[in-house]
Design a protein around this ligand. Structure first.
Ligand code: DQA
Length: 148
């Protein structure tokens, strides 16, 4: 069964209470639970992680090609700042999908550029937690040829 790594960056551990008018009221655990259900239906295995530390995210990304068949990443604010994450992602050999809960293009100008996007095969933003599930759908189509 193809394994998918879902990597979440800084402050996403605060979902549910963090700026609910921007990010909604779902917690990261809620999103993880919904992803597990969707992954099972799609014949995928999903592993969900979150870190506030750039270096830890780099370590996870570096290991992704070896241990997983695809990577979903919401790098949070590091999306807009981190060349280190971009470099790590450019070395990844499996499909990469970037997700943002909010529509970063409707927000402050500094959120309009994402280093992650340069290394991503696809980008989903503005659809809240559903974006993660849609990313899994896209990965299933790519990896198993199965569409939902
Ligand atoms: C975010 C958007 C980023 O600009 C922000 O820094 C986040 C969350 C999103 O999911 O909408 O932390 O990645």
């Amino acid at each position: 069964m193809p394994r998918v790594l879902v990597v979440n960056g800084p402050n996403l551990n605060l979902l549910g209470t963090r700026e609910p008018e921007v990010y909604g009221t779902q917690t990261l655990a809620d999103i993880e639970a919904q992803c597990a259900i969707r992954a099972e239906a799609l014949g995928l295995e999903v592993e969900f992680r979150q870190s506030n530390h750039e270096g830890e995210l780099v370590d996870w990304i570096q290991a992704a090609s070896k241990d997983f068949g695809a990577l979903i990443i919401n790098a949070g604010a590091f999306s807009h700042t981190s060349v280190a994450l971009l470099d790590a992602l450019q070395a990844v050999t499996v499909p990469v999908i970037e997700v943002h809960l909010s529509n970063i293009y409707r927000r402050e100008a500094f959120r309009h550029h994402s280093y992650v996007s340069k290394a991503a095969d696809g980008v989903i933003c503005g659809l809240g937690g559903a974006g993660y599930r849609l990313a899994l759908d896209a990965i299933a189509e790519t990896l198993t040829g199965k569409s939902s």
